[in-house]
Design a protein around this ligand. Sequence first.
Ligand code: 3PG
Length: 212
Amino acid sequence: MSDIIKAIGEIGLVPVVKINDAQDALPLANALIDGGLPVAEITFRTDAAAESIAAIAKEFPEMIVGAGTVLTRAQVDAAMEAGSTFIVSPGLNPDTLDYALSKGALMMPGISDASGVEAALARGINTVKFFPAEPAGGLPYIKALAGPYADVKFMPTGGINLTNLATYLACPSILACGGTWMVTETLINEKRWDEITSICKDAVKIIKDVRG
Ligand code: 3PG
């Protein structure tokens, strides 16, 4: 397991961020660090993603900053040039994934069934995003996949929140969860940094309770 994946597993929760204004990147990163979650998946759902990743990587080297919603080769290039330490996609696009791997990127593709797991394993990847977690079957589905694929670690996102975080994290097949609830677009757009820190702290309490 790579050091980055290990560190993500130790943190236990990855804030999935949609940032509209790159000026918000540093105060956001600061709020996450203060809240005890020094990790972020900055999604390529806005034009501000690459600039935000670059700013965080430069200013907060202690933070694990990765790129999310990476759908194309061009986005792989942009994510890597910006200094992303990991790359996530909602699905498993063989062309994009193979390109990222050929460039030496640490990529966690999204899967939601056994065929997806096998496509990842065929490329030597055994840590995958499970998306969209709740609509796709949630924890019971992950536990079923863990039967044949005992060595695979899942990072579920989609429908995870403070009410079900503990249940997911208690499952040994879960590396970490991902979610947007601590970094919603509204919280970021309204620059509610203290609130973000406080929501992160609530999540960290839950993670500590479950994982020690
Ligand atoms: C993602 O973008 O990875 C997920 O949609 C996050 O889902 P959530 O908004 O339910 O946390």
